[in-house]
Ligand binder design. Structure first.
Ligand SMILES: [Zn+2]
Length: 292
């Protein structure tokens, strides 16, 4: 497969091809069963430090996957195994990532800048949420955070990983934002939102806009830790600028002990160009003209 500019996309596309080739046709995908199929032993293991999510280990021609024992949550374990399967299946990965002892320690979950880690993260997302199975599920999932939660339950994936896939796959204008305190960590916009004229991109490390429900929510670290969930009204202009005030829905949830907050922006009624013209004509028709 030809490499694409985006390492996440490259990994995800490769995984989707495997899922199709293996004839797996239903969610949830079981990465433990895939590993077993390829005679890869999977076990929980204490990690050398808390940043390590999993390991790929080669002894001779045998491979094993270890996921970090401190990860006590099924979606994260499944994602971690999916990531290590990425290192096993992606061309060039075993050679590049295994050290002299035949061990690779992963820092998964979209936090690494390393190309191989990013490709393996993409592989895990594509493996657990392949688009050809995810699209039909998305149609039935509802909207906003509720849709992300429904899809996460179906795919057995974390809210964070599912939200990113939701933003990539939904046909609606929507965005997901991961924030820490008053800083934006990540923003993923759907294609339909990117196509809206006049809005700005949110970049990593920019501040959470002050007048948004997310900003207010993040003032209380306890809400983040206890995974409190709110549904609020918001405005597209507050997040992305642009000329117009457009009312939107903003769902917010604390991601627990990670100290991060997930925001889903949706129900965005983007004005059609004709509507704007009609509105201009209406305003024009109400403008008095005086004859002398
Ligand atoms: Zn890795």
């Amino acid at each position: 497969m030809k490499s694409t500019a985006n390492p996440y996309a490259y990994g995800a596309l490769a995984a989707e091809k495997y899922i199709k080739d293996w004839g797996i046709a239903a969610l949830p995908i079981d990465p433990f069963a895939i590993a077993a199929e390829f005679k890869i032993t999977v076990a929980a293991k204490p990690a050398s430090n808390a940043g390590v999510s999993g390991m790929l280990i080669r002894v001779g021609n045998e491979f094993a996957i270890a996921y970090a024992m401190h990860i006590d949550n099924e979606p994260f374990q499944r994602y971690s195994v999916g990531h290590e399967l990425g290192h096993y299946f992606l061309p060039g990965h075993p050679e590049a990532v295994l050290d002299a002892r035949g061990v690779h320690e992963s820092r998964a979950q979209f936090t690494s800048k390393d190309r191989y880690e990013m490709e393996a993260d993409g592989f895990a997302a594509g493996l657990l949420m392949p688009r050809h199975l995810f699209f039909p599920a998305l149609e039935r999932a509802g909207q906003g955070l509720a849709a992300v939660e429904n899809l996460g339950t179906l795919c057995k994936t974390s809210l964070h990983a599912t939200a990113i896939r939701y933003a990539q796959c939904t046909r609606e204008p929507a965005a997901i934002i991961v924030s820490v305190g008053d800083k934006i960590d990540q923003c993923f916009m759907s294609e339909a939102l990117k196509a809206v004229d006049g809005i700005d991109w949110l970049h990593k490390r920019e501040a959470v806009p002050r007048n948004t429900p997310t900003f207010a929510f993040n003032q209380d670290a306890e809400s983040v830790r206890r995974a409190v969930r709110i549904e609020a009204g918001s405005n597209l202009q507050d997040w992305f600028g642009g000329r117009r005030r457009i009312a939107i829905d903003e769902d917010v949830i604390g991601l627990g002990s990670y100290g991060k907050t997930l925001t889903v922006l949706y129900n965005i009624a983007v004005p059609e160009p004709e509507e704007e013209e009609d509105e201009a004509a209406l305003i024009e028709s109400w403008t008095p003209r005086f004859k002398r």
